[in-house]
Design a protein around this ligand. Structure first.
Ligand code: AMP
Length: 456
C-alpha cells in the first residue's frame, strides 16, 4: 500500500511534503520519512511512527530545500524494522539520490539474487533498495539514462519519485496499477502524490494524473518534462484503491472514490436486493456503498452503528463474559434503531470474515430480527502481489468456501456479494482494472502462487 509525495520548486518543500503525508496517513502508519535537497546536498529524516509523531516544527525546519520526496510505509508481516522506512538514500558514482516507492515489484527476488551474486550487499528487505542498486550499478553516463536502464529490469507495480541534488524524476509503471497525480503549488512549484486528497491540505491544485508508463523530469527554471518510457502500455488501475484503500475525497484517474463506492452500492442493490426496514453501513468502510444501496432500494439509511475513534491497542485481556471485546471497543449498535427491525448491513469487502461475523452477532444481540450482510465487492479469493496487503489464500474465507458456507459461518440471514461484472460497470467499463484479488489473473508476469506483498 504506502504513499509517496514529491515536491519541486517550493519555498519550504518539507512542509508541503509533511501535509501531503499527513493527508495520506491511511495508506501507511508504520513509518514515515522526508528527504530534501537544497541543490547542494540531500538531508533525510525518517522514523517509525505516524506523521504527526515523527515530525516536529524543529525537524521540518532542519529539512531545508526546495525539493522533497516523502513516504508513508504500510506495515506488512515480517517487515517491521526501522531500517525499512523510506526514503532510501545512497551516495553513488554521480552523487546522491533518494528514492521513494509505492507498489510491489514482482521480480524482486530474481533481481536481488542476481545483484547479490555480483557482490551487492543489502541492508533492508525492501524492493526499493533493488532500485537504488540498479541505478548505481548501471553503466550509463547520466542519471536519467541510468533510471531508464533500471526500469527495463524491474517488473510489477510501482510509482517512484527519485531525487538527486538538482532534479526530481517521477515514474508510474506501464500498467498504472497504483495512482499518482500531478498538482501545481500556489508559489509556482509542483507536487506529485499518490492521492489527490493530499493537494487540498498542501495548497496545490490538481493538474492531471501521471500516465501509465510516463516519466516526469523536474529541473530548476524549466517546466516539467514528460516522456513516455515504455511503448507497451497496458493500463490496469487497481480496483481495490476504489473499493477500500483510497480516501473518499480522492479522484483517481478521473473517478472520485466516494462516487465509485456509491455506484457499487447501487449496483449491489440491483444484483442482490434485500427485503429490509433499514440499511446500515459498517463504519466507516461501508458508508458510501450503503448510501448507494439504500438509495437504490428506497429504504432508510441509518448510521446505526457508532464507531469509537479513540481505539488504539489494548493489552487488557477480555473476560469470558465479554465476548468480541475488540469489535465492541470499536463499534457499538444503536439498539433503539435496530430492535425488532430487518436490517441490511453493508461493508466494502470481506477478507477473513471476522469483522462480519462479529458485527452480525452484535446486531442480533441488539435485537435485529434479520441481518442481511451485503458486500460491495466480489469475493476475495486470491492474495494480491501488486501492493494490496491481503492475507494468504488459506486465510481468505472466500477462497475455500461458497457464499452459502460463508453465510453460515458469519451467522447472517442472507449474504450477497457484488459480481465482478457489476464492479467493472460501477467503476466504468471502458477500462481493464487490476482485479487479481477476485479473479487471480496477473497481467504483469508471475503466478498467483508467488509470495504476497512484502514491500508495499
Ligand atoms: P475481515 O474481518 O478479515 O473479513 O476484514 C474485512 C474488513 O477489513 C472490512 O471492513 C474492510 O473494510 C477491511 N479491509 C479490507 N481490505 C483490507 C486490507 N487490505 N487491510 C486492512 N483492512 C482491510
Amino acid at each position: 500500500m504506502c504513499a509517496i509525495v514529491g515536491v519541486f520548486g517550493a519555498k519550504k518543500a518539507s512542509t508541503v511534503a509533511y501535509y501531503a503525508l499527513f493527508s495520506m496517513q491511511h495508506r501507511g502508519q508504520e513509518a514515515t520519512g522526508i528527504s530534501v535537497s537544497n541543490g547542494e546536498k540531500i538531508t533525510i529524516y525518517k522514523k517509525r511512527g505516524m506523521v504527526n509523531d515523527v515530525f516536529s516544527q524543529e525537524t521540518l525546519n532542519s529539512l531545508e530545500g526546495s525539493c522533497a520526496v516523502g513516504h508513508n510505509r504500510y506495515s506488512t508481516a515480517g517487515s517491521a524494522s526501522a531500517g525499512d522506512a523510506q526514503p532510501v538514500f545512497a551516495k553513488y558514482k554521480l552523487g546522491e539520490i533518494s528514492v521513494v516507492h509505492n507498489g510491489n515489484l514482482i521480480n524482486k527476488q530474481e533481481v536481488r539474487d542476481e545483484l547479490i551474486s555480483n557482490g551487492a550487499i543489502f541492508q533492508t528487505d525492501m524492493d526499493t533498495e533493488n532500485i537504488i542498486h540498479l541505478i548505481a550499478k548501471s553503466q550509463k553516463k547520466s542519471l536519467v539514462n541510468r533510471i531508464k536502464d533500471m526500469l527495463t529490469k524491474i517488473e510489477g507495480a510501482y510509482c517512484l519519485a527519485i531525487q538527486s541534488r538538482k532534479k526530481m524524476f517521477v515514474i508510474r509503471d506501464r500498467f498504472g496499477i497504483r495512482p499518482l497525480s500531478l498538482g501545481k503549488l500556489k508559489d509556482g512549484g509542483y507536487m506529485v502524490s499518490s492521492e489527490t486528497c493530499a493537494f487540498n491540505l498542501s495548497g496545490a491544485t490538481f493538474v492531471r494524473d501521471i500516465k501509465p508508463g510516463e516519466m516526469l523530469t523536474f529541473e530548476e527554471g524549466k517546466e516539467p518534462k514528460s516522456e513516455m518510457v515504455f511503448d507497451n502500455i497496458d493500463f490496469h488501475p487497481c480496483a481495490f484503491e476504489y473499493i477500500y484503500f483510497s480516501r473518499p475525497d480522492s479522484i483517481i484517474d478521473g473517478t472520485n472514490v466516494y462516487q465509485a463506492r456509491l455506484e457499487t452500492g447501487k449496483r449491489l442493490a440491483k444484483e442482490t436486493p434485500a427485503d429490509v426496514d433499514l440499511v446500515l453501513p459498517v463504519p466507516d468502510s461501508g458508508v458510501a456503498a450503503a448510501r448507494g444501496y439504500a438509495e437504490a432500494l428506497g429504504v432508510p439509511f441509518e448510521m446505526g452503528i457508532v464507531r469509537n475513534h479513540y481505539v488504539g491497542r489494548t493489552f487488557i485481556e477480555p473476560t469470558q463474559s465479554i465476548r468480541d471485546i475488540k469489535v465492541k471497543m470499536k463499534l457499538s449498535p444503536i439498539q433503539h434503531l435496530i430492535e425488532g427491525k430487518r436490517v441490511a448491513i453493508i461493508d466494502d469487502s470481506l477478507v477473513r470474515g471476522t469483522t462480519s461475523k462479529q458485527i452480525v452477532r452484535m446486531l442480533l444481540e441488539a435485537g435485529a430480527k434479520e441481518v442481511h450482510m451485503r458486500i460491495a465487492a466480489p469475493e476475495i479469493k486470491y492474495p494480491c502481489r501488486y501492493g494490496i496487503d491481503t492475507p494468504t489464500e488459506e486465510e481468505l474465507i472466500s477462497s475455500s468456501h461458497t457464499v452459502e458456507e460463508v453465510r453460515e459461518i458469519i451467522g447472517a440471514t442472507s449474504l450477497g456479494f457484488l459480481s465482478i461484472e457489476g464492479l467493472k460497470e460501477s467503476l466504468g467499463k471502458e477500462r481493464n482494472y487490476s482485479l487479481v484479488s477476485f479473479d487471480g489473473k496477473y497481467f504483469a508476469g508471475g503466478s498467483k502462487n508467488s509470495p504476497s506483498c512484502g514491500d508495499s
